[in-house]
Write a protein that binds this ligand. Structure first.
Ligand code: SF4
Length: 284
């Protein structure tokens, strides 16, 4: 139990969930605590506890309709407090110290709870998802993606600006193969494998007929692994369709990164062709 009252009576209901001291962020610790006696069982209060003081600040309240504490078992699709990759944990702490306002923790999937389309990217970008806490938001990689999602009827707005922008995805969810920011945007094979259990659980919860759009070859490989397939079972190719177990489909695209767009490896027309292919699958 926290020592002193925080914002009136709220803290009386909150139990510490075992947050640990970060090796780099010695000035503060963060925890997500369930507010089981408050509001709904799926509401979390994020607290920042400043070292040397028992006074905390309620920093952010996150309503999470489907990433509940109860799901943090073998079938969990996300854990905000995961620190299983030591190198990434260290890096996030460094980034948080340099950019205190950044999210700098694992980035949760964003979108519809029951999607027909699951978009899988590689990992958060340092000044994008890692900063804003929403996949493909805040940097170049999201521009083409969110425009396409809007044009093909999956969203109510063509631009994703941040958590409070009112953007809603319909029948679509975006996730990443690796939930934490890696140095130089390059997760190691071990980190990809360690994080794959979340993607495995997320795909396992998808209904039959779901299409998975893999942005880039690493996302493609992560999807195969999450589905229990081997890399030789399906090779990556732009706008290539693969059948997955349980009547699901995988469609590949070059990643919508700044490099790929500016070098014209991926044009808007090419990207829209991929979405037309996906629409064709749904029309079957
Ligand atoms: S990358 Fe995935 S497994 Fe590794 S620490 Fe982040 S959330 Fe956990």
């Amino acid at each position: 139990m926290l020592g002193n009252p925080i914002h009136g009576g709220l803290t009386a209901a909150l139990e510490c969930q075992g947050w640990r001291e970060c090796r780099f962020c010695m000035e503060q610790k963060s925890a997500l605590l369930p507010t089981s006696s408050l509001a709904t069982p799926h509401t979390f209060i994020k607290l920042t506890i400043y070292k040397g003081s028992t006074m905390g600040v309620i920093q952010n309240a996150v309503k999470s309709p489907f990433f509940s504490i109860k799901s943090m078992a073998s079938n969990q699709i996300f854990n905000q407090e995961c620190r299983d990759c030591g190198r990434l944990d260290d890096f996030l702490c460094e980034v948080k110290r340099k950019y205190p306002d950044y999210h700098a923790r694992p980035v949760a999937p964003f979108g519809d709870e029951q999607p027909k389309l699951l978009v899988v990217g590689l990992a958060p970008g340092i000044h994008g998802a890692n900063a804003t806490g929403r996949p493909f938001t805040g940097d170049y990689a999201g521009i083409l993606l969110y425009h396409a999602l809007y044009q093909f009827g999956y969203s109510n707005h063509p631009i994703s600006e941040g958590q409070e922008d009112g953007l809603v995805l319909t029948a679509c969810r975006i996730t990443n193969a690796v939930k934490c920011l890696p140095p130089q945007n390059k997760p190691t094979g071990q980190e990809i494998n360690t994080c794959n259990r979340y993607l495995n659980a997320e795909i396992a919860q998808m209904r039959e007929g779901t299409v998975i759009l893999a942005l880039g070859s690493i996302a493609h490989q992560a999807v195969l692994k999450a589905c229990g397939l081997k890399l030789k079972d399906a090779s990556f190719g732009h706008n290539r369709l693969h059948r997955l177990p349980n009547s699901r489909y995988l469609v590949d695209s070059y990643h919508s990164s700044r490099y790929n767009v500016q070098t014209k490896r991926l044009t808007e027309e090419m990207f829209h062709d991929v979405f037309r292919s996906i629409a064709g699958i749904f029309d079957r």
